[in-house]
Design a protein around this ligand. Sequence first.
Ligand code: DHB
Length: 480
Amino acid sequence: MKRTLLAATLACVGSASAYAADLAFNPATAYTEQSTQVNGQQVDYRAYEGIVYVAKPVDAAYQQMNVYIPAAYFKGEKINGFTAETAPIFLPNQIGGYMPAKPGQPGPDRRAGNTPNSILVALSRGYVVASPGARGRTQQYGKAPAAIVDLKAAVRYLRLNDARMPGNAEKIISNGTSAGGALSALLGASGNSADYAQHLKALGAADARDDIFAVSAYCPISILEQADAAYEWQFNGVNDYQKIQMTQIDYNVERQLIKGTQTPAQQKLSDALKPAFPAYVNTLGLKNAAGAALMLDEKGNGSFKNHVAAYLVQSAQKALDAGKDLSAQSWLTIRDGKVLAADFDVYAKSVGRQKTAPAFDDVALGSGENQLFGTDKVDKQHFTAFGLANSTVKGATRADARTVRLMNPMHYIGQAQNSPHWRIRVGTNDRDTSLAIATILATKVANSGKPVDFAMPWGVPHSGDYDLDELFTWMDGISR
Ligand code: DHB
């Protein structure tokens, strides 16, 4: 359904006094009343913007969040069956490229044809919205694990203020895309883990739980220590690439395409990385829905590969059923309107490589992830043994294992207080990380006994929030 967005009206109400440093939310102070048409429906809400969610911020410009509350909840009214007590809290982070992120605001989604963004859609469907900002890799104090610690602190703020704020803090639903999707998954995986306690304490985060109700993650750039091997498992032998250069302009991450071919040295690195992936996958003990083991042989073939390909088959079948012409997709076997098979190797060739080996722990310390794993003293570091061993940078160092661990949800799924509901999406045209990454995450969560709605939407590139009707239908379903 096409949504229309009309002009918002703005009226200033309440005092402009600063929020209390004791982290208590006061619904009577410092908000504006806003009103926007979403899909022909008028949505009235209060905007509480710039709430610093920790008592001892390192960077208050980022460690803040915007809270939007449907006006109906201040009048005892219902929206979409929700009340001030029962409305879930939608927690969309705006993190891209592991860069610093400001809290989001309701408005048009620039990357989705200016249709209403997730915050507006959430409000129209009766959700309370809390959009957290977070520190990022380009800042001295924004290195790992800053962003996840900030998101946890935001969750703790909402829990602390559950009785003071409309919305149910036991129903926090996180959403994010790419790096933001990885952090959304990590937030859902690492609930209440003591591993982050010292970091949270240092910020003066609220003394409250930080587990969440549900995770929505689009194209998570996750499992970073294994992502290089996963990438070469998928793309080894595909040497032409279309690289995307990322820059941040006015808080928006911009992406630019650069074409090239892997050098012989990069091809050698690819060959060396590829066998590390089966070795990793085989340690996980993953199983498919029928309980069969998902493994790979030393060449990278086997049941895990078939498992990934099965999601491609599902995606293609859905596209075919919707009337798409798939006859040009040489990697698909289609007979009588049924997609019978997807050849993963031919798929990889056809979708194409985007990053050179190693895709994440760059030997020249040139990746965003190298900067993510820097420290307040060293801007960029390696974070894998392979990256360090093959480093071309004199004196390069490696991030400490504890910090790397704090960024990987795989260490927490099935252990800490995991989110009970998960929705993960990665498009079939996404080359930013291997399709194996989202598949491993989804499978690990499913194997831990939690329901996971996982799919690879047909033809969708590295992006998120492109199916908000479906996302919110899922959210409604788990929230009731
Ligand atoms: C993002 C994309 C990447 O390719 C990456 O390595 C990290 C983050 C992003 O879009 O957030």
